[in-house]
Design a protein around this ligand. Structure first.
Ligand code: SAM
Length: 269
């Protein structure tokens, strides 16, 4: 666990952050007592959250590998990338193509601190601290444009981030701005908490996240489909994470752990 008395990089250790709470779910070490409290309160409502985080990472690995290997995508723009954790986007993409470019963007300054340490020697990867609610600024950020050429196809990744935006923060508008900036042949990879009609805990979890973290919005499948407007959704569509082109037999696709997050990949025609 991180040292709770450590401060630096403008970090406020009395306030939980989504990146660090997610790190708790993935059994990471870059989190503080306040983050562990929020994680614990969330796990009491939905004990499956740890497994859901694992499913989310596994889908990320499958999608990045597929796009790098099969579709020849060489640029990955990972928004709300989270703290560096086992098998990050650049590791998967650069395993396929050592020249693949990856830009990580996250609002949490700790992501940059850890990213710098890990990526000091990787010229094809950068970390930017920025707020996705200002998408135009991100698109013009010098560290983004240094690596990503928006004249070429790019994979825009919004993995587990849009549910941290409230409706009034217009997540659909953010996707639209990014979609307009991407050339045809670009891909959009999105995963999100999904409201389950048969699981009242999804509404309960939303309350915990909103009250303790200040963010958290669990959306219906219909709401999530609007993020893919103007894109061709790749098969098998917007599905429970383990069902997106699984590597092997899927043993569980009906539990809350399997269904509470859905994800899909859309191609700009
Ligand atoms: N994408 C990673 C994954 O799926 O494994 C991490 C997902 S984590 C649940 C969500 C991340 O979104 C956190 O690291 C959080 O800091 C980041 N985030 C939340 N709101 C953001 C915003 N407005 N701008 C940029 N990043 C944001």
């Amino acid at each position: 666990m991180a040292d709770d008395t450590t401060s630096g990089a403008g970090l406020d250790l009395g306030v939980p952050t989504a990146a660090r709470v997610y790190d708790v779910m993935l059994n990471g070490k870059d989190n503080y007592a306040i983050d562990r409290q929020v994680a614990q309160a969330s796990l009491e409502v939905m004990p499956e959250l740890k497994q859901i985080a694992i499913h989310n990472r596994e889908m990320l690995h499958r999608v990045v590998r597929y796009l790098a290997e099969e579709e020849g995508i060489t640029q990955f723009f990972d928004l709300g990338s989270g703290l560096p954790t086992a098998r990050n986007t650049h590791e998967v993409a650069q395993e396929v193509n050592p020249d693949a470019k990856v830009v990580y963007v996250d609002i949490d300054p700790l992501v940059l601190v850890h990213g710098h340490a890990i990526l000091a020697e990787n010229a094809n990867t950068r970390v930017v601290t920025a707020d996705i609610r200002n998408p135009q600024e991100i698109l013009e950020h010098p560290d983004v444009t240094a690596l990503i050429d928006f004249g070429k196809p790019v994979c825009v990744m919004l993995v587990g981030i849009l549910h941290h935006l409230l409706d009034e923060e217009n997540p659909g508008g953010i996707v639209e701005t990014l979609r307009d900036a991407a050339v045809p042949g670009s891909y959009f990879f999105i995963t999100n908490f999904t409201r389950l009609g048969d699981a009242p805990e999804s509404a309960e979890l939303e309350k915990v996240l909103l009250s303790q973290l200040g963010t958290g919005r669990v959306r219906t499948p219909e709401e999530l489909e609007t993020y893919f407007e103007g894109l061709e959704l790749l098969s098998p569509g917007l599905v429970p994470l383990p069902l997106w082109r699984p590597d092997g037999i899927v043993r569980d696709s009906t539990s809350i752990a399997a269904r509470f997050m859905t994800g899909g990949v859309g191609r700009k025609p």
